[in-house]
Design a protein around this ligand. Structure first.
Ligand code: GLN
Length: 405
């Protein structure tokens, strides 16, 4: 179909993950944990599939989501959004990846535009193109001193609003820069959404990973915002199980019904035993102190990675949330990794990541995978390293990165 023309054949994931494997590089690229989920989670999975008295655990379930998952989510979001969440205000999805696609399919058409921030997660543009609509991007202002204060002005945001704008997508904590949106920034987005009568797609997939006491704020919790916001998150990051693909959307019932019209034709429902197990795990996690423990484990991993990068001569933008850190590669001699005969017009950070994987044995992700060609000069000095990895992996990567000095 015509709309596929804008979607690249190869993605950064389909290139970098196999490249890392082929060169036996330590994979600090794609964001998936290299360690197992907590035992209470895997025990719930085992129980859900082996219970002889629960044959229905293996069958299709309620299309909007199994109630064993929906009920704990209602409690969590009632507290988070400071309002009661009805059973029909939730839709379980195949991760936020499906959620984003559903939101674009359900609410965007050829006359519409989505507004978001750059660098953006690469699926956003593709989802917009798949719904035959268009995207406008506000480039975040970066900071020369590498402080984690990337932001945007009201003026820059307003400049990208057009008569076609239908929704704003905000991702907090934000993949790639590890930014946690501040209250005043979210208030500004909310004000603009109300003024122009826009929907808000809130991708909060890293919501449980915020550091140094930073607060994750859901824009749907602001007065009047629940009615126009679709809040999305998942279990993958929280329970180190990105392959289970259990995600969810929270929104007013009419919006959920619209989303479910699409999901009914994509997946009908999501893996039943995994929903049950994640529901039981969320119920446990809210009482066993797991969320606090997770943050302290990740603060330790962040420290390991940031120290390793700095020791290798790579300055870092300290992430306040998520499980990625950005390193500035301007100090590394370009003659190592830029091929002067290259005619493919590939960005410098991309060349650096290929070289780092093949020659140094560490895989990372180029930030220009998350921006347009126009903004390449602003972002191509940054490379993204993941710290959702075993401590040994991060330490070994640190040793290999010493060769950069
Ligand atoms: N969210 C993951 C990352 O940023 C990638 C997910 C995917 O490959 N679709 O690394």
């Amino acid at each position: 179909a015509k709309r596929l023309v804008q979607i690249p054949k190869q993605t950064v994931w389909s290139e970098m993950t196999p490249l890392a494997a082929a060169h036996k590089a330590i994979n600090l690229g794609q964001g998936f944990p290299s360690f197992a989920p907590p035992e209470f989670v895997t025990n719930h999975i085992a129980a859900a599939v082996t219970d002889p008295n629960a044959p229905l655990n293996h069958q299709y379930c309620r299309a909007f989501g199994h109630l064993e998952l929906v009920e704990p989510l209602r409690k969590i979001y009632a507290e988070r959004l400071q309002r009661e969440i009805g059973q029909m205000e939730l839709l379980v999805t195949n991760g936020v990846t499906q959620g984003l696609n559903l939101a674009c399919q359900a609410f965007l058409g050829p006359e519409d535009e989505l507004l978001s921030f750059e660098p953006y997660f690469d699926l956003y543009t593709n989802d917009v193109y798949l719904s035959s609509s268009n995207i406008q991007l506000v480039p975040m202002q970066t900071d020369d001193k590498l402080a984690n204060n990337w932001s945007f002005t009201e003026e820059a945001l307003r400049a990208k609003i057009t008569p076609r704008t239908k929704a704003i997508l905000v991702n907090t904590p934000q993949n790639v820069p590890g930014k946690v949106f501040r209250r005043d920034e979210l208030e500004l987005i909310a004000k603009i959404a109300v003024e122009f009568d826009l929907l808000v797609f809130a991708d909060e997939v890293y919501m449980t990973l915020v550091y140094d006491g930073a607060e994750h704020i859901s824009i749907a919790s602001f007065p009047g915002m629940f009615d126009r916001t679709i809040t999305m998150s998942s279990a993958g990051k929280t329970f180190s199980c990105t392959g289970y693909k259990i995600g969810w959307m929270v929104a007013p019932e009419p919006l959920i019904i619209a989303l479910a019209k699409v999901s009914a034709n994509q997946t009908f429902c999501v893996a039943t035993p995994l929903q049950i197990a994640i529901g039981r795990s969320l119920a446990d996690a809210t009482t066993n102190g797991y969320f606090q423990k997770l943050i302290s484990i990740y603060e330790g991993k962040r420290e390991l990675l940031v120290t390793a990068l700095k020791d290798a001569g790579l300055p870092v933008v300290m992430p306040a949330g998520g499980y990625f850190a950005l390193a500035d590669i301007t100090g590394i001699d370009e003659s190592h990794y830029v091929d002067p005969n290259d005619t493919t017009d590939v960005a410098k950070d991309w060349q650096f990541c290929r070289w780092l994987t093949k020659e140094i044995g560490v895989n990372a992700i180029p930030v220009t995978a998350f921006c347009r060609k126009e903004t390449r000069p602003q972002f191509e000095k940054f490379v993204r390293f993941a710290f959702c990895k075993k401590d040994e992996d991060i330490q070994e990567a640190g040793k290999r990165l010493q060769k950069l000095k």
